[in-house]
Design a protein around this ligand. Structure first.
Ligand code: FMN
Length: 364
């Protein structure tokens, strides 16, 4: 899929890249990712949680499709988290609804080509290293060969670096060593590592860079380094169209750089968040919120200082005292809430003003 602009909005769960945000982003010529995660109320019976969450996700897709024209409806991407207990069923539900792009994060998409057997559906894994990308390519090459020596391969990769908001696929140690693991460095490594597979496939595997990308100049820099596009989260969080509550958005305007920290999420990954009371309690090994759901297969329920599902649902509701507030490392730069159109114009102007030589070919 090729969009007018080489950037767009990443998924923001729980519920923060839903509502009117994806449509506004698509209308402005950029790719947009809807989150599939935690869209139902979490106070449903634990046993019915999986069904309730799938139904709420389907309703959200249908709501989007009612407001989008057919062309835009075809362009919507949806995001799933590999660690959720009902991931395959969410993917199948989305494909049944006509979704043509599945963005798979937080886990290796070992069986994605089996779950999605429709070749017209784009399969886009999120990775944080060249090794992870090669692991996926090798696995799919072995499991899903095609005639002529090719195989079912990812349609693109999203490469999320150490400055990203939300869960991060690097270790805490790697995040703290940007001189070895910056997005620029891991992008170069990944582009080189996937080249032999591009030769086998006879096509480009576009790479979308993500994490800490703030301005058009940043996007231009990653394009000049070989990325085919850029994915932004935090910038879209601070837009009118983002369904985050006003008190949540307002709290972001007041952030200072030191308010943004890395935590060990119960999911088993580091995450970048605002250091609020929930985080401070977790740092002291106090239990702020107990888990009632068991929705994440890798959740360290007994050790967890908070239930991440409950904490993210509270963020969606604006109950900030009970929340885990995901944010990118550059979140302290938010100084006002703007429209998606204004953000898009600002980013395009920044790309156009860049003195760097940008590739002419477009792959996303
Ligand atoms: C509030 C928030 C929630 C996020 N939730 C998800 C998610 O559910 N799934 C996912 O794959 N990425 C998630 N991310 C990561 C974004 O999709 C994106 O890659 C990241 O925010 C890019 O970094 P940036 O915020 O510095 O632009 C989230 C990011 C934020 C800020």
């Amino acid at each position: 899929m090729v969009f007018k602009n080489p950037f767009g909005c990443g998924a923001m769960g729980v519920g923060l890249s839903n509502g009117d945000l994806p449509l506004a982003v698509l209308k402005n010529g950029c790719f947009a990712t809807m989150s599939s995660i935690g869209l139902c109320e979490f106070d449903v019976n634990v046993r019915t949680y999986e069904d309730a969450s799938k139904e709420a996700f389907i309703e959200e897709i249908e709501r989007f499709q009612r407001s989008a024209d057919d062309h835009l409806a075809e362009l919507l991407a949806i995001n799933v988290m590999g660690k959720l207990s009902n991931t395959p069923s969410l993917i199948k539900a989305a494909v049944d609804k006509g979704i043509k792009m599945i963005v798979y994060g937080a886990g290796l998409p070992n069986k994605l080509p089996e779950i999605v057997d429709d070749p017209s559906v784009n399969k886009v894994p999120i990775v944080s290293s060249a090794d992870a990308a090669v692991l996926i390519l090798r696995m799919w090459q072995r499991r899903y060969p095609l005639d002529g020596g090719t195989f079912i391969a990812p349609d693109a990769f999203i490469l999320e670096g150490p400055l990203a908001g939300g869960h991060i696929g690097l270790t805490r140690e790697q995040i703290l060593h940007p001189e070895k693991y910056s997005l620029e460095i891991i992008l170069g490594e990944l582009l080189e590592a996937i080249r032999p597979y591009e030769q086998i496939l006879g096509r480009k595997i576009p790479v979308i860079a993500a994490g800490g990308i703030w301005s058009g100049a940043d996007i231009a820099r990653f394009l000049s380094l070989g990325a085919s596009g850029a994915q932004l989260g935090t910038r879209y969080l601070a837009t009118y169209e983002c369904p985050a509550k006003d008190n949540h958005k307002q709290s972001l305007i007041d952030l200072k750089a030191e308010d943004i920290v890395i935590i060990d999420s119960p999911v088993g990954l580091p995450g970048r968040v605002v250091r609020n009371e929930v985080v401070i309690k977790a740092e002291k090994n106090e239990v702020a919120i107990r888990c009632p759901y068991r929705c994440i297969t890798t959740c360290k329920v007994k050790k967890a200082g908070f239930c991440i599902a409950h904490a993210l649902k509270s963020t969606q509701k604006g109950a900030l005292e009970d929340s885990l507030i995901f944010i990118g490392a550059n979140g302290w730069r938010i100084d006002r809430i703007i429209s998606v159109a204004e953000l898009t114009e600002e980013l395009i102007a920044g790309i156009e003003a860049s003195p760097l030589t940008l590739p002419k070919e477009r792959y996303i």
